[in-house]
Design a binder for this molecule. Structure first.
Ligand code: ADP
Ligand code: MG
Ligand code: ZN
Length: 624
């Protein structure tokens, strides 16, 4: 339920409503006082009968208007009527009228009377004078109001302290901590804030004041926005939610005015929560450039001032969320402002199960093997898991079922990771063979190495993401640390696809482009960040810029070293590639057997694949 905080302001801000009332009343009076005048009927007649009426002395008054003549005449019964006729070029008309008799008191026809068909005098006056004036007045009000809010918000001139912005307080939030799965540490910290909002006295009596602000930090989709709403829902207080980008306006000073408004309204509604989502939009580090009064900087300054200005004991708690904490201005993070930092991490195995459970409650489902799904989604965020559950429900409907099954979830994991299946895509038999050997190459290399995750599924059904096939490996547990061997083996597995193409099909294809990208990234990180090359020991050669957004890095070394890093990376990848090639040449029998099976079935499970591997290797052992 939205509650309009600025309701009152809009009501008193309509000065010309009164004028409209005045007009309405005048129009009503006009209708009452001059009903006859405005009701009278005009009868059309010809010029001949007009002259006849004039000559017979029955016309009272005449008005000649451009090409028309209006006149009133008394008929034989003594009734007065208004007539209308067209004017012919009659030079004697005036003479005729002057000479003619008339029922008027002075016996003369009146020339100058207003014909009743015209508007009443009051209406005329209104239309000619008041209405244009009113229109100009309204236009003037409107423009000057806009100008006021644009300029006045700057704070130094024509200021009315009002950004004209609508800020809504959500007073009835249903989200609670139960909707946020996992994230126990974050909840623990936030519970204290909830308690404070419930019962501030408990804290103020001792003399403690709670932190004014808490900053939620973590990768996208980990539930930062969700948990902020949950705090408001738990505390049952109004929730002012605003996104950082909403402060950044076209006109300088608007953002600052909005901040001022926000805090003013929050102060009136205390205890309450202010939530600034994506605060990095305004909270970026201020740089020493010339743009001293740049809009964003003014807004940030205003925010800092407001945070200092308000009384922490009043019960206004400010929450903010960002996934780029390193870009925030230091002033925002100092004690007294956002001094509490709440980390929201990607969920671990148990966390993923809990999140899947929360979202499975919303759909009808059979008993689900959560473990399989949770293990297959290593590295996924809460938002991705929510999406996976929804995709599974959609798939169940497509398949004409009423309940979600484990296989729906497994398929939707693949849909989310690799895109939907593209069954319609036609792939020639030759190409299919290359793709099959490529994927089996990955799987076989993975299977033949210790320290690499077991193969879960191999498929050569093309996906909408462009993947022509893929090998899915699923770790049995959660690994926190990865050794040099683990990472090297992963590179070997990545090169296994290309190695199979080379050895079996005698060709190299573009199918390995994604493998190449990943292998290079991994090898590079081993050398530059993990200290896993002999040459550079524990020297850090790269720094990570956006830990939560894609890990882009920048080099922190001389260009000589940069060139040398490339050589190190290359030799690492070459070693891995050689290892993959030797594994594949030693196991050609498995390769052929598994590939023909895959070409036939298009998808094989990890178990089927391992059966083939064991079967073939056992036979070779016997032959030896
Ligand atoms: P963020 O703000 O961190 O980018 P959101 O709070 O917007 O992420 O999360 C998006 C959606 O993902 C939520 O609406 C919710 O459905 C789901 N989600 C994320 N984390 C969780 C969680 N820990 N428990 C349950 N659902 C979650
Ligand atoms: Mg968010
Ligand atoms: Zn590949």
């Amino acid at each position: 339920m939205k509650q309009d905080v600025q309701n009152q302001q809009t009501k008193r801000g309509n000065p010309y409503v009164g004028f409209l009332w005045v007009i309405l009343i005048v129009l009503l009076l006009n209708g009452l006082i001059f009903p006859k005048l405005s009701k009278q009927k005009i009868i059309s007649t010809d010029y001949g009968s007009f002259i006849e009426k004039v000559d017979s002395g029955r016309v009272k008054d005449v008005m000649i208007k451009s090409s028309q003549i209006f006149f009133t005449a008394v008929d034989k019964n003594g009734e007065t009527n208004t007539f209308q006729t067209g004017e012919t070029n009659d030079p004697q008309l005036v003479e005729r009228l002057l000479d003619a008799d008339s029922p008027n008191e002075n016996g003369k026809i009146a020339f100058n009377q207003i014909v009743p068909e015209e508007n009443s005098p009051i209406l005329n006056f209104l239309l000619m004078w008041i209405l244009p004036g009113l229109i100009f007045y309204i236009i003037w009000r409107q423009t000057s109001k806009t100008i006021q809010s644009r300029m006045g918000a700057g704070g130094n001139f024509m200021s009315f302290g009002n950004s004209g912005a609508k800020i809504y307080a959500d007073a009835d939030i249903k989200t609670t901590f139960a909707d946020v799965a996992g994230q126990e540490e974050a909840k623990e910290t936030l519970k204290e804030i909830v308690d404070f909002l419930h019962n501030p006295k408990k804290y103020t009596e001792i003399g403690a004041s709670l932190p004014k602000g808490a900053l939620l930090v973590g990768p996208p989709g980990t539930g930062k926005t969700l948990i902020a709403r949950a705090v408001a829902g738990e505390a049952k207080v109004p929730f002012f939610a605003i996104s950082g980008s909403e402060f950044v306006q076209m006109f300088v000073g608007m953002g600052a005015a909005k901040v001022r408004d926000l805090f003013k309204q929050a102060g009136e509604k205390a205890p309450c929560i202010i939530f600034i989502d994506e605060i990095d939009a305004i909270g970026k580090k201020r740089e020493g450039t010339f743009s001293g009064n740049d809009e964003r900087e003014q807004t940030l300054n205003q925010l800092l001032t407001e945070m200092d200005g308000f009384d922490g004991r009043k019960g206004v708690v400010i929450l903010a969320a960002t996934n780029r904490p390193e870009s925030l201005d230091k002033a925002l993070l100092r004690p007294g402002r956002f001094d509490r930092r709440i980390q929201m991490d990607l969920p671990d195995l148990e966390g993923r199960k809990a999140i899947l459970n929360v979202h499975l409650k919303k759909v009808k489902h059979d008993s689900i093997n959560l473990d399989i799904v949770a293990r297959a989604t290593s590295g996924s965020s809460g938002a991705e898991l929510a999406n996976i559950v929804n995709e599974a429900a959609l798939r169940a409907v497509r398949m004409g079922r009423t309940r979600v099954t484990t296989s729906d979830l497994e398929e939707s994991v693949e849909t989310v990771i690799a895109g939907a299946q593209r069954k319609g895509k036609v792939i020639s038999a030759d190409e299919k063979k290359v793709i099959a050997y490529h994927e089996i190459g990955h799987a076989l290399v993975a299977a033949m190495q210790t320290h690499s995750a077991p193969v879960h599924k191999i498929t050569i059904i093309p996906r909408t993401s462009g993947a022509l096939g893929y090998t899915m490996q699923v770790d049995s547990g959660e690994q926190v640390l990865q050794s040099k061997e683990d990472l090297f083996n992963r590179i070997v597995t990545l090169t296994g696809g290309r190695a199979a193409e080379e050895i079996v099909c005698n060709t190299v294809t573009t199918g390995a482009s994604n493998d190449i990208e990943q292998a290079t990234k991994l090898a590079r990180a081993m050398v530059t960040r993990f200290g896993m090359s002999d040459k550079y020991d524990m020297m850090g050669l790269e720094t990570v810029n956006n830990a939560y957004l894609g890990n882009d890095t920048s080099l922190a070394c001389s260009s000589d070293t940069a060139a040398d890093i490339d050589r190190e990376v290359l030799s690492l990848i070459k070693n891995a590639h050689d290892k993959a090639k030797s594994i594949i040449s030693e196991n050609m029998k498995v390769m052929h057997e598994a590939a023909s099976f895959l070409i036939e079935k298009e998808t094989i499970t990890g178990k089927e694949f391992m059966d083939i591997v064991h079967c073939c290797t056992a036979k070779t052992d016997l032959n030896n």
